[in-house]
Design a protein around this ligand. Structure first.
Ligand code: HEC
Length: 163
C-alpha cells in the first residue's frame, strides 16, 4: 500500500514539473521571440529599431492621401506639441519636484516668508540664479526644453504666486 501512495505522490510531483516546464518554455519563447520571423527577433533588428523610433506624430498635409484615423490623431499631437506651454505648465513639469516639497531647501511656491528675502534680491538676480543655478538650485531648474525666456516667465509666475 505504501507503494501506491508513493506512486501517487511522485505522479503529482512529476505532473507539476512537466507543467511548470511547459510554462517556462512558453515564457522563454515569448522572450526570445521564437514565434517571430527570423530577422525581426533581435531588439537590434531593423524592424524593431523602426518600431522603437517611430515619430510620435506625422504631419498630414491637406490634399495628401493620408490614412484618415491615424493622421487625425497625429495632427492633433502636432498641434499640442507646437502650442507653447504656459509658465504654470512649465513650472508643474520642471520645478514642482523641489519647489512644491521644499526638497534640498528649495523655497516652496506660495511660501511668502521663504520668498520675501529672495524677491528682495530683485528679478534680475532671481532670473540669473534660475538660469545659471544657485547652490542646490540646478541650472535651468533641470528643464531641458525651456528657453531662458521660459525660465524668466516661470520665475515671474513663482514670484507672483509667493507674494
Ligand atoms: C533639484 C531641485 C530643484 C529644481 C528641480 C528646481 N529648483 Fe529652484 N531652487 C532649488 C533650491 C534648493 C533653491 C534654493 C537655493 C539656495 O537658496 O541656496 C532654489 C531656488 C530657486 C530660486 C531662488 C533663487 C534665489 O536667488 O534665491 C528660483 C527663482 C528658482 N529656484 C527657480 C526655479 C525654477 C524656475 C525651476 C524650474 C524650471 C526650479 N527652480 C527647479 C531647487 C530646485
Amino acid at each position: 500500500m505504501v507503494n501506491v501512495k508513493q506512486l501517487i505522490v511522485s505522479t503529482v510531483i512529476f505532473l507539476g514539473m512537466v507543467s511548470s516546464g511547459q510554462a517556462l518554455a512558453s515564457k522563454l519563447a515569448d522572450q526570445t521571440g521564437i514565434d517571430e520571423p527570423l530577422g525581426t527577433r533581435s531588439i537590434l533588428s531593423p524592424a524593431k529599431i523602426d518600431a522603437r523610433t517611430q515619430p510620435t506624430a506625422k504631419v498630414c498635409v491637406e490634399g495628401e492621401d493620408c490614412a484618415s484615423g491615424a493622421s487625425a490623431a497625429g495632427s492633433t499631437q502636432v498641434a499640442a506639441a507646437d502650442t507653447p506651454k504656459s509658465p504654470e505648465e512649465l513650472y508643474n513639469n520642471a520645478c514642482t519636484a523641489c519647489h512644491a516639497t521644499g526638497a534640498a531647501g528649495a523655497p516652496k511656491l506660495g511660501d511668502v516668508a521663504a520668498w520675501e528675502p529672495r524677491i528682495a534680491k530683485g528679478d534680475e538676480t532671481l532670473y540669473k540664479h534660475a538660469i545659471e543655478g544657485f547652490n542646490m538650485m540646478p541650472a535651468m531648474g533641470t528643464c531641458a526644453a525651456c528657453s531662458e525666456d521660459d525660465i524668466k516667465a516661470i520665475v515671474d509666475y513663482m514670484v507672483a504666486e509667493s507674494k
